[in-house]
Ligand binder design. Structure first.
Ligand code: FAD
Length: 468
């Protein structure tokens, strides 16, 4: 049994949805594209799973958050795929791939051939067993990667109102889940080995703000230690956790947020890898010219960083997906992918954004006792990163542009004093001479065009992402 398609996407997550939309915009014909996903539903906005989906009142549910509502684009329901003649093969895993023969073998025993392949297999959650702890299969141990995980988590939460939860991990998933547990009236202890939460991105000062906020909502932070084992009752349910420092905590629910790994196994030994992902060029094309990789699995050149990175964030998934499709269908008019790294999160009444890189010297600004504050990073005399909590749309547009332009920062003290005003001010002043730090854009007209396009893109993104 077998079928042949011109374009095949493996994986039915964020990147697949945005790629599908881009294909149709570029003139896809009926029957040309096939998406194979092991999830049973059409592509959706994954960030909704740790936000709107977990709310006790008016929770987000499909079909409400199918892609591409997060970027304020069309919502692609299963009917949309049908209407555009796109074959959605759901609930089906690709078991093996042969890039030399251009074939894929699915768990249904079907062989699918392609002319162009887009790998969009995303990541998987790291399991407790991978750090030497048993218990992943218990009915009250939850992960949060896909719709099935989120549905299980909601069911377990509903059964343990006013009970105790332990969140293992102090990163993105841990922080967003802890907030949702509080909103669901569950007592939360967060356990992680680091000195403060979100330590890959936050400074100690920023982390301290969020930890104090969480504490004011009743969250108990247990830092500098980790879970050594889980405690089971006779029915195999978890009743608590032992910590390495000798303490034991009670638990009706455990949420595990200890990291993710890219799903790249299908291509080991067939494509070139880099930084744990599939190495692609600035057109998202892998070492095999017929194969592209996008989203979490792609290790792509980020001009802003000056090297290749894998970026496990939704904005990168959306943009790499669109770019790969453009590179496949309209190569002559598709310049190299130029990406400004961007991450965000929303919990409780808080909402932050980060643009660029958190390297070099950092200064803080704003009111850390209030609701609007942030940090700016300078490296080699240039602004390279900005974190902002509680900004308005104008602020986000300003910082994104100042960071993208790598505005020159002569004096760190002045940067600290000016804070957010620095970004606003540098955007107001057109550069008198070619930028020292970044850019390469020398003619004012290019600057104007690029700036306008960028401002529009940032605003469109901001507007759309408020929905999730
Ligand atoms: P995914 O969206 O993970 O999709 C991959 C798809 O491929 C899945 O459907 C998977 O089942 C399928 N698949 C994998 N292997 C196979 C196979 N062999 N055969 C068939 N199908 C396969 N980022 C942010 O920037 N901000 C946020 O607030 C944020 N919140 C998040 C909340 C949660 C709960 C999670 C899990 C992630 C969040 N992220 C966030 C990260 C963001 O969602 C990911 O970076 C993004 O989804 C990556 O898109 P992708 O298409 O590469 O992979």
């Amino acid at each position: 049994m077998g079928r042949a398609f011109r374009y095949v996407i493996i994986g039915g997550g964020v990147a697949a949805g945005y790629a599908a939309l881009e294909f149709t915009k570029k003139g896809l014909s009926h029957g040309e594209l096939c998406i194979i996903s092991d999830e049973p539903v059409a592509p959706y906005e994954r960030p909704a799973l740790s936000k709107g989906f977990l709310l006790p009142e008016a929770p987000a549910r499909l079909p409400g958050f199918h892609t591409c509502v997060g970027a304020n684009e069309e919502r692609l329901t299963p009917n949309w795929y049908k209407k555009h003649g796109i074959e959605l093969i759901l609930g089906t895993r690709v078991e093996s791939a042969n890039v030399r023969r251009k074939t894929l073998l699915t768990t249904m025993g079907e062989t699918i051939t392609y002319e162009f392949l887009i790998i969009a297999t995303g990541s998987r959650a790291v399991k407790l067993e991978e750090i030497g702890i048993n218990g992943s299969e218990a009915e009250n141990v939850c992960y949060l990667r896909d719709l099935a995980d989120a549905t299980k988590l909601v069911n377990v939460m509903q059964k343990c109102r006013n009970g105790d939860a332990i969140v293992i991990g102090g990163g993105y998933i841990g922080m967003e889940c802890a907030a949702s547990l509080v909103i669901n009236k569950i007592n939360v202890s967060m356990v992680f080995p680091g000195p403060y939460c979100m330590s890959r991105l936050f400074t100690p000062k920023i982390a301290s703000y969020y930890e104090d906020f969480y504490k004011s909502k009743g969250v108990n932070f247990i830092k500098g230690t980790s879970v050594s084992s889980l405690v089971f009752n006779s029915e195999g349910k978890i009743t608590g956790a032992n910590l390495k420092d000798g303490r034991q905590l009670p638990a009706d629910l455990i949420i595990v947020g200890i990291g993710a790994r890219p799903n790249t196994n299908l291509f080991t030994g067939q494509l070139t890898f880099e930084k744990g992902g599939i190495k692609v060029n600035s057109q998202l094309q892998s070492s095999n010219p017929s194969v592209y990789a996008v989203g979490d699995v792609a290790s792509f050149p980020v001009k802003f960083y000056g090297d290749s990175r894998r970026v496990e964030h939704v904005d990168a998934a959306r943009r790499t997906a669109r770019h790969a499709v453009s590179a496949i269908m309209d190569p002559k008019n598709t310049p190299g992918f130029d990406y400004l790294p961007f991450f965000y999160s929303r919990v409780f009444s808080l909402s932050w954004r980060f643009y660029g890189d958190n390297v070099g010297e950092v200064v803080h600004f704003g009111d850390f006792n209030g609701t609007k504050f942030g940090a700016l990073w300078r490296s080699n005399g240039c602004l390279v990163g900005c974190f902002l909590e509680g900004g308005g749309d104008d602020d986000y547009v300003a910082i994104a542009k100042a960071v993208r332009d790598k505005a020159t920062v002569a004096d760190l003290g002045e940067l600290e004093t000016a804070g957010l005003g620095f970004a606003v001010e540098v955007n107001r002043k057109p550069p008198l001479s070619p930028p020292v730090c970044g850019g390469g854009l020398k003619k004012p007209v290019y600057v104007l065009c690029a700036t306008s396009a960028f401002v529009v893109a940032v605003f469109a993104y901001w507007y759309g992402s408020r929905l999730l």
